[in-house]
Design a protein around this ligand. Structure first.
Ligand SMILES: Cc1ncc(COP(=O)(O)O)c(C=O)c1O
Length: 380
């Protein structure tokens, strides 16, 4: 258990809630979930599924209708040509990460992952006994992996490469050229790739690109995605993975050994989300775009702070080095002195020092309130 980390967003949320319980007003910019309602037609589908009695165990890999709907959806959205037998449904996308690493990695194996990056990558890799190897995302590179630097970190023991675009916490997005170069490295060094694309629908200035766009990569790549972010369905716990054939049976066995299957009526709602109208997703994207513009320009107006414009997801990752405080100290002071909850960049790895992560899944009014509180703290 000593090797297993945690996700500090939940810890900061608890701290912020404790302050609220004592009467303090807090603006919540720490937690990474859309503040929108799940679309009506998805709720209706879940209610219908309950009425029809879909309240029992279902097949471990997912109900066949949903596995087919996922494959069709990936085809329709131009993301991937695949077949339903490669699709596995899990309670949230996180288990895809957990099961993939558990299935593939053992002591001595090295797992390359983005730093800053989603904290579970390194945590699960360590838990499996493998060695997590951070691949720095540098601000001067626009917070994307530099393929040359990646190559310098690959060894005989490198097993798995984790990619995430659009990126949490930096909001950066991979380009086709960069992905071509990464794919070439993965092929040359025989790496398995786990591509975390839970924010794929939240792009503001161009199309989503994936390492799976490169010919042949589907044979060594696991696609991780889900319903949490795209459809504002974090609490439904619905995710999926698309696997190379050899991994389907082992991962299914991990599902059977742990969760048995994913909630039956949730899976019926998941079909409605994939096949229903896209208006709610479009509306959410437009709201996030407006908030991104407000928070990025507002952060750049805070003395001593600079923020690059994120191309996707709903996170801003400003540079705070000029303020002369560590990210953890500044995040604490923001919460305790001016009631703004955010995360230090170091919650996402050592290379996150000098940055904060603000989730802009909150109203423009609240974002403006947080910005002026931050400004007051910065000039005091
Ligand atoms: C990069 C990334 N991957 C995966 C997840 C997990 O999503 P889910 O709710 O589907 O488990 C998150 C959630 O915050 C995330 O930020």
């Amino acid at each position: 258990m000593e090797r297993l980390g945690t996700e500090s967003a939940f810890e900061v949320l608890a701290k912020a809630k404790a302050l609220e319980a004592r009467g303090r007003e807090i603006v919540h910019l720490e937690i990474g979930e859309p503040d929108f309602d799940t679309p009506e037609h998805v709720l209706a589908a879940a209610q219908q599924a309950l009425d029809k009695g879909y309240t029992h165990y279902v097949p471990a890999p997912g109900i066949p209708e949903l596995r087919t709907a996922v494959a069709d959806f990936l085809e329709r959205t131009g993301r991937l040509h695949t077949t339903p037998d490669r699709v596995l449904v899990t309670p949230g996308a996180k288990p895809i990460m957990f099961f993939t690493i558990m299935a593939l990695c053992e002591e001595g194996d090295e797992v390359l992952y983005p730093d800053p990056g989603f904290p579970m990558y390194a945590s699960i890799a360590s838990f499996a006994g493998a060695t997590p190897v951070p691949v720095p995302l540098r601000e001067e590179n626009g917070f994307v992996i530099d393929p040359e630097e990646l190559e310098s970190l690959i060894t005989e023991r490198s097993k798995l490469l984790i990619l995430n675009s659009p990126h949490n916490p930096c909001g950066s997005a991979s380009t086709p050229e960069q992905l071509e170069a990464i794919a070439e490295l993965a092929n040359r060094h025989d790496l398995v790739v786990l591509t975390d694309e839970v924010y794929w629908a939240l792009r503001y200035d161009g199309d989503h690109h994936s390492v799976l766009d490169v010919d042949g990569m589907a044979e060594r790549t696991i696609l991780l995605d889900g319903w949490s972010k795209t459809f504002a369905m974090t609490g439904w716990r619905l995710g999926f993975g698309v696997f190379p054939p050899a991994l389907v049976e082992p991962i299914t066995r991990l599902v059977i050994n742990s969760v048995s299957c994913t909630s039956a009526f949730s899976q019926h709602a998941a079909i409605a989300a994939l096949e229903g109208p896209w208006d709610d997703v479009d509306r959410m994207l437009e709201a996030f775009r407006e908030r991104r513009d407000v928070i990025v320009s507002g952060l750049n107006d805070v003395p001593g702070v600079s923020c690059v414009e994120p191309g996707g997801a709903f996170y801003a990752f400003p540079n705070i080095t000029e303020l002369g405080l560590s990210a953890a100290d500044l995040a604490d002071r923001l919460l305790e002195e001016v009631g703004v909850a955010c995360l230090p960049g170091t919650s996402f790895g050592a290379y996150g020092e000098g940055h904060l992560r603000f989730s802009y899944a909150n109203s423009v009014d609240n974002i403006r309130r947080a910005l002026s509180a931050f400004e007051n703290l910065a000039i005091s």
